[in-house]
Design a protein around this ligand. Sequence first.
Ligand SMILES: Cc1ncc(COP(=O)(O)O)c(C=O)c1O
Length: 373
Amino acid sequence: MSGAGDPELGPPPVRDDLADVEPYGAPQLDVPVRLNTNETPEPPPAAFVAELARRLPELRLNRYPDREALALRTALAAREGLPVARVWAANGSNEVLLQVLQAYGGPGRTALLFRPGYSMYPELCRTTGTATRTVTLAEDGRLPLATVTADVAAIVAEDDPVVTLLANPNNPTGALVDHDVVRALHDTVRGLVVVDEAYVEFAPDGASVRDLLDELPRLVVSRTFSKAFRLAGLRLGYLLGPAQVMADLRRVRLPYHLDAITQLAGIIALEQEDGFLAHRGRTADERERLAALLGRLAGVDVLPSAANFLLVRTARTDVFDRLLEHGVLVRDLSSAVGRPGTWRVTVGTPEENDRLVAALAAVTAPDDAGQER
Ligand SMILES: Cc1ncc(COP(=O)(O)O)c(C=O)c1O
């Protein structure tokens, strides 16, 4: 028997291009020390939770939220000194970037990416049917001007990428992008240049390319509340750029994509920004302390970082698994970077970082029995 009433008929096969795709995401393992997803270990300020609870009753949750998230975008616009029409907000910067690719990518269009880079970029391109071209960064994780004038220019001549995606600071290398390199990139490509500043609040003042927005008409800057703002559980990201881009994102966003509680929480977080970001100095100090401790171990090489994580290369190639045996979860990047023994670690609490260092010291000790494995 076949047909609409066939009780044997299961769901249709998934889209051909998804048939071999594994669900994406960093492992969420229940281990004592989780340093693999670059959150800030300190919770949001208690004053934030109290204020959110105080103002929640203002919301009329039986009604759909403000589709334009106008109050939140107005607060973001005030923070950035931009008109509200040049600000967009969505569920985490991942959704912002997805919407950018939904609006500008798609079949027959190409995005330009850099390697090593944030692992979601190829995923977002794949789900939107956007082709990719990838340029390799320098050994130290930076994007040199010469790479733009040579490698990027060659790709532009061949495939004319409609979107170029790069992070400042870069994930996983932690390197900042020079403003002149962003200018050169913008001059070289003809499409949109998306600078993802998910970690910029950890970087020294002046690292953001936000001030280039008026100079470079095809530049957009994405940000998130997940990292330095300590609200990864909330899902809130935003985009700054030309009003035309924000108008184009409206064409692809779901109606009411940003819920009312998130909008209110974002407004309160901006009101309390100083409290939220008070940990910045502590986190940067802790990053430098951790980098120094790790770098002292034999066979361990740490890249300088402007973010809240470190890219580590170890002579041993089984470090990820051995650290896990010690209850420490880091992010294995061996295959992403193409070099076994490459991993990224989030700067945790001083206690978590000490546990990582102790575990790594045990794992890399020359007389460690596991060496022979
Ligand atoms: C470079 C980069 N961009 C964007 C994101 C996504 O952040 P969000 O939580 O805002 O979706 C991350 C998260 O790890 C990231 O590393």
